[in-house]
Design a protein around this ligand. Structure first.
Ligand code: PRP
Ligand code: MG
Length: 212
């Protein structure tokens, strides 16, 4: 039988929660952290450790069959992809924020202004929906520093505890959407591997019920 290839975040906030749900459903993985791939000992599953942003393309290409990924990443880079289950962890918001002293109260107030973000496609989509023009600056990390160094009037990024906003003197003015980890599936998955995924999904559902 062939193994189901499932992608998880290599390192970062989602990695730990992803590994713990796999453990909770009884899939044990010898986790040599340096390895990019590891097989489960007791289930036909191989885990691929990948960068968040690369996972949508791997799913599309069928290089992996499934993934534990943030809905926010799917919205940004994989809006064509489907997920089969919400996983209830790694919850966050994707929000617009501005300096505390700014008069802006919503995305609309950033019309004609500069927005720094690592989520350009997401911001573009919301700007378009609300018929607003703004100038986007793409930054890969530490986005919250942008207003302080005069690079932008506002930012769009993930808010979890709110601590990064607070530390950078920013206030959230609009929540674009709420996000959590999801179980995404490749459009190319084979029938045989889909059957393994169904089993995993069933086990996940039981674990999530128990967590409520
Ligand atoms: C993430 C995200 C926010 C922050 C939100 O950044 O980009 O900046 O976490 O979490 P909080 O509300 O709990 O502070 P991360 O620390 O992963 O670093 P990066 O932006 O440089 O990738
Ligand atoms: Mg950050």
């Amino acid at each position: 039988m062939s193994n189901l290839r499932i992608a998880v975040q290599k390192s970062g906030r989602l990695n730990e929660d992803s590994m713990s749900i796999l453990k909770d459903i009884g899939i044990s993985i010898d986790n040599g952290k340096d390895q990019l791939k590891a097989a489960a000992r007791n289930f036909p599953v191989e885990v691929f450790y990948l960068r968040n942003g690369d996972i949508p393309q791997y799913l599309r290409d069928g290089v992996v069959d499934a993934a534990i990924i943030g809905e926010n990443v799917l919205i940004e880079k994989g809006s064509d992809l489907e997920f089969v289950e919400r996983l209830g962890f790694s919850k966050c918001k994707v929000s617009i924020a501005v300096p505390k002293e700014s008069k802006a109260n919503s995305l609309k107030d950033l019309s004609g202004k500069r927005i720094a973000t690592s989520y350009p496609e997401t911001v573009k989509k919301f700007l378009k929906e609300q018929n607003i023009n703004a100038q986007l600056h793409n930054i890969n990390g530490s986005v919250e520093i942008a207003p302080n160094i005069g690079l932008a009037d506002g930012i769009c990024d993930i808010v979890s505890s709110g601590s990064t906003l607070f530390k950078n003197g920013l206030k959230e003015i609009e929540v674009l959407f709420k996000s959590e980890a999801v179980l995404a599936v490749s459009p190319q998955i084979s029938t045989e591997r889909k059957a393994i995924l169904d089993k995993i999904q069933f086990r996940i559902q039981s674990v999530l019920k128990g967590r409520d």
